[in-house]
Design a protein around this ligand. Structure first.
Ligand code: NAP
Length: 276
């Protein structure tokens, strides 16, 4: 049995989701860890460490006052306006409490730049609704004292239990086409790497903006085809989606706020993980 570290009380918003749940499971044997879920679920409803929370309806402050977290990890989806208001309330709470936030952001905060990969201190710019929404929350958090905030910008997250891999498997089974974006150059990661990175950021009390994509860049179509081959499927059908005629980058590379080598990854490791 590992000893629970009383140093932190952690609240994972979205602990029933793909990444939130992986993070919850990684941390719960080490820290007093709590989580939120949104959709009715008897398993969570009967678990005293879980709180039902719907951003559009519930006041996040009530959960914060019940849990008294020293670290909040934000991994929710849902209505954008409700999420922005919830993060404004969280920011007010952080100002007056000994507490920090780890916010899962996205490479989409750079989706208006297409010619280069992006680094931590580059100015964010988006022309998508999703990218704008993430920038808005990042900016409101980045106005707080800097040691209280870690913004983790993630590229597409794969991993054997990820919704993306499940969707590919479903398409192969049902013989429906898999969408590929031949002009998209990106980097990638897995849930298992993200959870290790979050654990390290907590243990080492790190803060700032982190770019958590693989060290190498891949073409979306090549990467998806490699996955399909690894899944041992030989007659897939693909739907080519061309959003521009030129190559377009959507990649978050680390430069100024790097994690140690064992927490960095190459895209090939994701393929190898699927092959097990
Ligand atoms: N997965 C990726 O490839 C990726 C890439 C970049 C960034 N991110 C970011 O990482 C975070 C987690 O993503 P994910 O892929 O793990 O998402 P997910 O699997 O869809 O999980 C979303 C979580 O949010 C909860 N939720 C949904 N609607 C809600 C609402 N209205 N109010 C409160 N909670 C709500 C869900 O609860 P129920 O399941 O109980 O309904 C679930 O716990 C998101 O902020 C996303 O933008 C993900």
């Amino acid at each position: 049995m590992r000893r629970i570290n009383s140093k932190h009380r952690i609240l994972v918003l979205g602990a029933s989701g793909f990444l939130g749940n992986a993070i919850y499971k990684e941390l719960c044997s080490y820290f007093k860890t709590f989580g939120t879920f949104c959709t009715d679920n008897s398993e969570y409803q009967n678990n005293k460490h879980f709180f039902q929370y719907t951003a559009e309806e519930d006041d996040i402050i009530e959960i914060l006052e019940a849990v008294k977290p020293s670290i909040i990890i934000s991994a929710i989806r849902g209505n954008f306006t409700a999420q922005i208001i919830a993060h404004q309330h969280i920011a007010d709470y952080l100002k007056s409490h000994s507490c920090k936030i780890i916010f899962l952001s996205s490479a989409n905060v750079f989706d208006a730049y297409s010619k280069y990969p992006s680094y931590e201190n580059d100015k964010t710019l988006s022309n998508s609704v999703y990218g704008h929404f993430k920038i808005k929350i990042e900016n409101l958090l980045l106005r707080l004292p800097k040691t209280k905030v870690a913004v983790l910008r993630l590229p597409m997250v794969f991993g054997s239990h990820s919704p993306r891999i499940k969707d590919i498997k479903t398409s192969l089974k049902e013989k429906t086409p898999i969408e590929i974006f031949p002009n998209l150059i990106m980097n990638v990661t897995t849930d298992s790497k993200v959870t290790q990175q979050v654990h390290y950021i907590i243990n080492q009390n790190k803060y700032g903006v982190f770019h958590l994509g693989s060290k190498d860049l891949v073409h979306h179509d090549d990467f998806i085809k490699d996955i399909v081959t690894t899944l041992n499927h030989h007659k897939p059908s693909f739907k080519h989606v061309f959003t521009t005629n030129n190559d377009r980058y959507l990649a978050v590379l680390p430069k100024d706020n790097k994690l140690p080598k064992h927490l960095q990854l190459y895209s090939q490791e994701i393929i190898e993980e699927l092959d097990i």
